[in-house]
Design a protein around this ligand. Sequence first.
Ligand code: CA2
Length: 144
Amino acid sequence: MRFLLINGPNLNLLGHREPGLYGSKTLKSIEADLQETAHLDGVELDCFQSNFEGALVDRIHQAMGEVDAILINAGAYTHTSVALRDALLGVDIPYVELHLSNTNSREEFRHHSFLSDRAVGVVSGFGAMSYELAFRGLLAHMRK
Ligand code: CA2
């Protein structure tokens, strides 16, 4: 089975800025740890991060026919992007939405997600562990 992890804008700053809010782990180490976990479960995990909405849309399109499921932290685009929603629905690949922070306990504008109503599930608020939990949930869903 092949999964794709997508991270959106500013998540490349993880571990370098705002550790109090988003934790001290870098994105590289989150990706490496998840790739190791995935490997132990017999899953091949590709990772992609971009600060550009169109690049994220292109990567989702590219996943068609080559990826079985998607883990996505779309960052701020979660709350703004109809284009990402359309791309995910367009390729018809099951996905889990995830966030480091609990978006529902933050500003009102973070309470709405353009992705969550069509996601297999949403994991939010567990810091770097959200990635692991989202992977577990998606794998269980794919295996049932
Ligand atoms: O909690 C999450 O994972 C978010 O997706 C993070 C986004 C935010 O816009 C969403 O509402 C919730 C922001 C990512 C910013 O990442 C940074 C990391 C380190 C330093 C500064 C920003």
